[in-house]
Design a protein around this ligand. Sequence first.
Ligand code: AMP
Length: 287
Amino acid sequence: MNVLTTIAEIRDAVLAAKNNRQTIGLVPTMGYLHEGHLTLASNARKENDVVIMSIFVNPTQFGPNEDFESYPRDLARDTELAASAGVDYIFAPSVEEIYPQDGGIYIRAGRQAQILCGASRPGHFDGVLQIVAKLFNLVQPDSAYFGQKDAQQVAIIQTLVRDYNFPVELRIIPVVREEDGLAKSSRNVYLSADERCQAPAIQQALQLAKRELIESRNVEKALTLATKIIEDNTDGKIDYFSILSYPDLKEVDEHSGQIVLAAAVYIGKTRLIDNLIFSLKGEVAHV
Ligand code: AMP
């Protein structure tokens, strides 16, 4: 496996694959890999001739008081893990390589980015779209792999691909969890032992709210129940619990097909997100 750090190198690797008529699967990440990322990579491995994983902690998607500086990084460990998942190339550029000058042109996320994480992280999804569009242009993937863990991100990237005609198939991979239900996340390393014990309450709250919603069809009741579970079982602070149609992220009504039940909760200083996507008949839906 090769670790590439420059735009010239990634362009050469992509050109070689295209000349050989090989399909390319792209797995964009911010590194500090865990089983969630590796599941994306093994799906890409099965479905493509060449697998490229980007590892880039993208500064433009972090707010001024967020954790860009302290975000965990370990390229040596990531390189070993990515190789074991069958990745052919890691693309791990510096910030200067990706953003050599102050950009003059930005992509602005639309309505879907005004709510949920977008409400508490202004500009976050604009930064996500900026790096994803750049990666799509550099890597020209046939397929790109994203996790349902970031359900709002998936919905917004689907809109990017549709509105800007990127010739890429989005492949969405279900949330990979710890045994106790906590969604795997690079940020879980921030949790103290006590906070780590509290964190699975987020998934429990989502599960119980889902059951309530299926039984009563009452959004308010389901959200109240979820809130109570977090309040009773953690010292955490709820950023949001929301129930919306998916992927358009609008208010649920009788015509809604898929539903997303999404949460963001601060456990200590760590902001954790999780979600469930299902249809109101109760079965798990495919994104
Ligand atoms: P990140 O490095 O956190 O930006 O994540 C890179 C990609 O991995 C994104 O598409 C995430 O949605 C996905 N991902 C992160 N955690 C998980 C997880 N627990 N299960 C599935 N996919 C995940």
